[in-house]
Design a protein around this ligand. Structure first.
Ligand SMILES: O=C(O)c1ccccc1NCC(=O)[C@H](O)[C@H](O)COP(=O)(O)O
Length: 263
């Protein structure tokens, strides 16, 4: 663990739960991954903003819980133009599950990201996914975990929050990097986080803006700052909206490059 100082209580609780969760004793998984770079190129060719839409039943900052079938949510997101799907598999704070990810991956043909708090190698073997999140702040041996993930076929998405963590990610060999606009100390989101880190990311790295992207104007702002793709959960799930239309919520962001602010 790089730092346990200044963590929001909810994040400390997430970490404690992650430490207690085991891996899978069925041996290492092998993934025949769907290429994220191919999916991004296809979105560009189609004129879609590359949105990674997140199936996120709830979260410590959500205004409620969505009980919808995760497969139906994911299919609606793809119908709305999502380039990839992110699935929270963390059970106790986000209402996710590895089983939901497996069902989603069988149902859609876009790359699927496993969004969880993976701390050690055995936890890689819980479920097959195309992309796998590793959070710099929470991982001790980042280089080792990136290598272990790649050996299994995963494309590791390495999450950073500032320039120091970016350096750590680059030194460890990350080639897909997410800059999280959510501060894990206060759980506040600030899009300036991405804007301050993005100029220091080499051009050959796939760069993803994560969290707090709520409107077409936010999408354009992150794209102008250099985002190759955007990871969006809350604005698409619209937890407070109950049965809000995730297809339309996705489409609104996917079309955001045309300058029409539909909010
Ligand atoms: O979303 C939370 O409340 C949260 C709280 C504590 C740690 C992590 C959290 N979120 C994880 C994520 O990275 C987001 O789900 C993802 O980036 C999408 O963010 P958003 O579009 O703001 O829902």
């Amino acid at each position: 663990m790089n730092s346990e100082t200044e963590l929001a209580p909810a994040v400390a609780s997430i970490l404690e739960a992650a430490r207690e969760r085991g891996g899978d004793d069925g041996g290492a998984v092998t993934v025949d991954a769907r290429s994220v770079s191919d999916a991004l190129a296809q979105a560009d060719a189609d004129g879609r903003v590359p949105v990674i839409a997140e199936v996120k039943p709830t979260s410590p900052t959500a205004d409620g819980t969505r009980e919808d079938d995760p497969v139906e949510l994911a299919e609606s997101m793809v119908a709305g133009g999502a380039t990839a799907i992110s699935v929270l598999t963390e059970p106790s704070h986000f209402g996710g599950s590895p089983a939901a990810l497996t069902r989603i991956r069988e149902a859609v043909d876009v790359p699927v990201l496993r969004k969880d708090f993976v701390l050690r190698e055995a936890q890689l073997d819980v479920v097959e996914a195309d992309l796998l999140l590793l959070i710099v702040r929470f991982v001790d041996d980042l280089e080792g975990l990136i290598a272990a993930a790649r050996e299994r076929g995963f494309q590791p998405l390495v999450e950073v929050h500032d320039r120091k963590e970016l350096e750590t990610a680059l030194e460890a060999g990350a080639d897909i990097i997410g800059v999280n606009n959510r501060d894990l100390a206060r759980l506040e989101v600030d899009l300036e986080t991405f804007e301050s880190v993005a100029p220091h990311v080499p051009d050959d790295v796939t760069l993803i803006a994560e969290s707090g992207i709520a409107s077409p104007a936010d999408v354009r702002r992150m794209r102008e700052a250099g985002a190759d793709a955007l990871l969006v959960g809350s604005a698409i799930m619209d937890h407070a909206g109950g049965d809000s239309d995730v297809r339309e919520n996705t489409r609104r962001l996917v079309r955001a490059d045309d300058g029409t602010d539909l909010t």
